[in-house]
Design a protein around this ligand. Structure first.
Ligand code: PEP
Ligand code: MG
Length: 579
């Protein structure tokens, strides 16, 4: 009964037969016998047409939120074919080789960037190039793996397109060797409730198709060929998870209140209009983080002011009287722009977030701020969040810019003081200097971006599976930093929220409440569960019984153990699958 431990990319439990999803890619397709003919450009057009047909098939079944991504794929395929045609024309080589040549050119420059997110884009390009070559060679898409319904897929890597296909075809779970929890494929798995874990150590050759396996994406385990008693145990776990799911659904629409009557705002993280629409009926108290970067990434140019304005208006309409926090585009590092290649040795410590916005203010920041101001005139529930702030200067410069734009747009100059500006605390610098940042008097709220704050505090790349065992938001180092920072922020009387993944994690909730956090911005699918957990906790009890134990832990295992023991001691045994 081999058991493999992995990283959870999307929670859930499933028991089903495994199936290997082996897709020949551009790198291992044999194209040695391909010869130039005078019809190469026509062949490329036909392959492109077939690929676009495939995308539109997927698009028909895909949720709105994934359509933009598929459209980006279409554009990437089009550009790839255009470049391949140039090569065919100038060098008289066959289309298959030309496509491969274009792919290799970009692969190498993507690899040089050193960013894990760009590596994911490389995977997208690889999947497009592979499909095109397969069409050129006369293959059909899918390569014989047709019956994936009710199976657990195991693959080297999967693209967002694959994941959308899996969701549509009723796949029970996904295991990959590569990938990251913040990849697009992982986001799609989460929004479709597909349990998904990443296990770098597994070898596809060790797996036999059809073998029964348990995918425990609550504990990050893949149990192959479980024995009878194991199977029974996991059946019970699956049932418990299914039972709790309905309690969770019921809790989604209550106002989250602790046993000792502290009210907590449970907001949603969204990244596009479709998610906004879904989130607006998920029970959350508003949007705590609108990641608008997806409007910029994988596109040929930045969205226009009008596109941005219309998007903000629509989201504000979905939420009406509830707050909607729009983050200024957090570009650079793991969120690169194809039209702005920044050659940096260390992009995570480079021009990203607010730094990039201030540097490229004409092209990116000003159109965004103008769209925001115009939308704010219509909907007062909009708030502005600044990413990756490390200095007070960045806040001051942004406010100056807003002031100039208010003048240019001939808006009421009193408007400036009514803008609810917040900053993301994503670096130890911002966390430690929070009092000074608040003292500028320019910000009205603070949102802890714990995804980045964890990576910068623990010096662990959040997308690197090789060091992911070190990445834990419950590491006492991060909790101590949060304690120092949140208490300073609260002393200054400012509103404090958490919008990183930590806010959605059950063991983190008592700790965050104990630290004084009263706003959690979570994945829309987690709203009910988070509210349910809040309703079972008492802030005073956490402060008395848990907080100091956690903060004085020597490592993450110890802090997690204390939390688990505490949760069980207050009768939350039922939450064990999450702890
Ligand atoms: C964070 O860093 O916690 C955050 C919410 O921002 P992102 O995940 O988009 O970098
Ligand atoms: Mg971040």
């Amino acid at each position: 009964m081999p058991v493999f431990k992995g990283i959870i990319a999307s929670q859930g439990v499933s028991i089903a037969p495994l199936i290997r999803y082996i897709v020949k890619t551009v790198e291992d397709l044999d194209i040695t016998y391909c010869e130039f003919s005078t019809r190469e450009e026509i062949r490329l057009d036909v392959a492109l047409e077939k690929y676009i047909e495939l995308l539109s098939e997927i698009k028909k079944k895909a949720p709105e939120s994934e359509r933009e991504l598929l459209e980006a794929y279409e554009l990437m395929a089009q550009s790839l074919v255009d470049e391949a045609k140039d090569i065919v024309r100038s060098e008289n080589i066959c289309s298959e080789l030309a496509v491969k040549r274009v792919y290799l050119k970009y692969r190498d420059s993507f690899r040089e960037s050193g960013s894990s997110l760009i590596a994911l884009r490389e995977a997208d390009l690889r999947s497009i190039a592979s499909s095109l070559i397969k069409y050129l060679m006369g293959y059909t898409e899918g390569g014989g793996i047709l019956d994936i319904r009710d199976k657990i897929i195991i693959a080297e890597d999967v693209t967002p397109t694959d994941m959308i296909k899996f969701a549509k075809e009723g796949v029970k779970g996904v295991v990959t060797l590569k990938g990251g929890v913040t990849s697009h494929a992982a986001i799609i798995a989460r929004s479709n409730d597909i349990p998904y874990i990443i296990i770098p150590e597994i070898r596809l050759d060790d797996i036999k198709d059809g073998e029964i396996a348990v995918l425990d994406a609550l504990d990050g385990l893949l149990v192959v060929k479980p024995g009878e008693s194991e199977l029974e145990k996991y059946m019970a776990k699956l049932t418990r998870f299914e039972e709790l799911k309905s309690i969770i659904r019921r809790n989604a629409f209550i106002k989250a209140t602790t046993l000792d009557n502290y009210i907590v705002d449970v907001l949603c993280n969204i990244r596009d209009l479709e998610e906004a629409r879904v989130a607006s009926s998920s029970g959350c108290d508003g949007v705590g983080l609108f990641r608008i970067e997806f409007l910029y990434m994988m596109k040929e140019k930045a969205p226009s002011e009008d596109v941005l304005y219309n998007t903000f208006i629509k989201v504000a309409e979905f939420f009406r009287d509830k707050v909607v926090v729009i983050r200024a585009p957090d570009l650079g590092a793991d969120k690169p722009l194809p039209y702005l290649i920044l050659k940096e040795d260390n992009p995570f410590l480079g021009l990203r977030g607010i730094r990039l916005l201030l540097e490229y203010r004409e092209e990116i920041f000003k159109p965004f701020l103008r769209a925001f101001l115009r939308a704010l005139r219509v909907y007062e529930n909009l708030r502005l969040l600044l990413p990756m702030v490390t200095t007070t200067r960045e806040v001051r410069e942004t406010v100056e810019l807003l002031n100039t734009l208010i003048g240019e747009l001939r808006l009421d100059n009193k408007m400036l003081s009514s803008i609810k500006i917040g900053i993301m605390v994503e670096t130890p610098a911002a966390a430690l200097m929070i009092d000074k940042l608040v003292e500028t008097g320019l910000i009205k709220f603070v949102s802890y971006g714990t995804n980045d704050l964890t990576q910068y505090t623990l010096a662990v790349d959040r997308g690197n599976v090789r060091v992911s065992y070190l990445y834990d938001e419950l590491d006492p180092a991060l909790l101590r930093l949060l304690e120092i920072s949140v208490s300073k922020a609260l002393e200054k009387g400012i509103e404090v929220e958490v919008c990183g993944e930590m806010a959605s994690k059950i063991p983190a909730i008592p700790v965050l409440l104990g630290l004084g956090i009263r706003g959690l911005s979570v994945n829309p699918t987690q709203v009910g569960l988070v509210k349910y957990v809040i309703s079972k906790l008492s802030v005073n009890s956490v402060k008395k019984e848990l907080l100091s134990r956690v903060l004085s832990s020597s490592n993450n295992e110890e802090s997690r153990r204390s939390i688990r023991e505490y949760m069980v001691s207050i009768g939350l045994e039922e939450l064990k699958p999450w702890l």
